[in-house]
Design a protein around this ligand. Structure first.
Ligand SMILES: *Cc1c(COP(=O)(O)O)cnc(C)c1O
Length: 363
């Protein structure tokens, strides 16, 4: 290891550990909020025909005009707003951070919250301020307004619903935050298909608001496509840091074909919402499990009598992969997070959870 070379890597990057994605081969995969369903054969054929026509020798349309038309029809943002696309919403978060970053500025969000906000703040050399949620996993408005006044954040990210807690924060509190923020407020609606509530209409009222969505959780995680709407003067500035061809030809063509008719995806989301309600009821009947409400396609729960790490490992041994929140204290203490899968997967998870809790000693 050559220290003379590594000195060129920024110290804050060297201090990071790389984002770890668990190996899930041959597992029932309930760790990453994916939609468990495939498209129908007919819908598959449709996008396959579309990408057959794609010209791979040409650069993609940098403006993604045709795809944006389809997204506009689907999302119906208010008039006089603009849209920007990202290689997943992760890339949109990165673009926002690059557009605002300066050493004495911070990005604010809530803890527990989506890890990517903190990671990307660190990537671009900004400070991250995580305001603690209250015991109901909701926004503590007084504390948040104090933090805003003190830190003057360039951007506040608000996931609605929140990951990993699965709830939607109080909407009036979010609106107050938008009104009181000196900088940009991004409402991240990655789980919109499962919450069916949105800040999109408020774009007409607030010039500092951006609303972000993604196709990942609705069943197209492999495509890597996120989109964000806001008033043109702001979107245009963020668009300057976008790499010109960030949405590749295959993604553009496939997304256009699939999102022109979302009947299949809508039906799948509706089944997932029903399964979520069933799973919430069943988990609530487990002895020693505290389950939290969910408006997303995943459920956070706490083990009261067993070590979450031990149960997580026992589940893995039985071929079921969920997410261990790895918290020995704080709001996520001894918590696990499970994605809602197919009815069969959910049954298998519940049975495996039961036997795992039997097998692991009480704490
Ligand atoms: C999963 C998730 C995203 C990431 O979406 P991609 O479009 O796949 O990059 C963004 N925000 C939240 C809160 C998420 O949970």
């Amino acid at each position: 290891m050559s220290e003379s070379l590594l000195k060129w890597i920024r110290p804050e990057i060297r201090a990071l550990t790389a984002y770890h994605v668990a190996d899930a081969s041959d597992m029932i995969k309930l760790d990453a909020m994916e939609n468990p369903y495939q498209l129908t054969d007919k819908a598959k054929l449709n996008w396959q025909q579309q990408i057959t026509a794609a010209e791979l020798n040409r650069y993609p349309d940098p403006a993604c005009a045709a795809l944006k038309d389809v997204l506009h029809k689907l999302v119906k943002p208010p008039a006089n707003t603009s849209m920007i696309l990202g290689n997943g919403s992760d890339e949109l978060i990165q673009m926002i951070a690059m557009a605002v970053c300066a050493q004495d500025r911070c990005i604010m969000s809530f803890d527990p919250g989506f890890v990517m906000y903190r990671m990307i703040a660190e990537f671009v050399g900004m400070q991250y301020v995580g305001v603690s949620l209250n015991n109901e996993f909701d926004i503590d408005l007084d504390q948040t307004l104090d933090a805003i006044a003190q830190h003057q954040p360039a951007v506040i990210f608000i996931a609605y619903p929140n990951n990993p807690t699965a709830n939607c924060f109080n909407k009036a509190a979010i609106e107050t935050i938008i009104q009181k923020s000196p900088g940009i407020v991004v409402v991240d609606e990655a789980y919109h298909p499962f919450a069916q509530d949105s800040f999109m209409p408020m774009l007409a009222d607030y010039e500092n608001l951006l609303v972000m969505r993604t196709v990942s959780k609705m069943g197209l995680a492999g495509l890597r496509l996120g989109f964000m709407c806001g008033q043109p003067f702001l979107v245009n500035e963020i668009d300057k840091v976008r790499l010109p061809y960030n949405i590749n030809v295959l993604t553009q063509q496939a997304a256009q074909a699939i999102l022109s008719n979302t009947e299949v995806l809508d039906q799948q989301a509706s089944v997932i919402r029903e399964q979520r309600e069933l799973m919430l009821q069943r988990l609530a009947q487990f002895d020693g499990v505290e389950v939290f409400s969910s408006q997303a396609n995943f459920i956070l729960f706490r083990l009261l009598q067993h070590d979450a790490g031990a149960v997580f490992n026992a589940l893995k041994q039985q071929g079921v992969l969920i997410k261990h929140m790895n918290a020995s204290s704080g709001l996520l203490q001894n918590c696990l997070r499970v994605t809602v899968g197919t009815p069969e997967e959910n049954d298998m998870f519940q049975r495996a959870l039961y036997t795992s809790m039997q097998a692991v000693n009480n704490i």
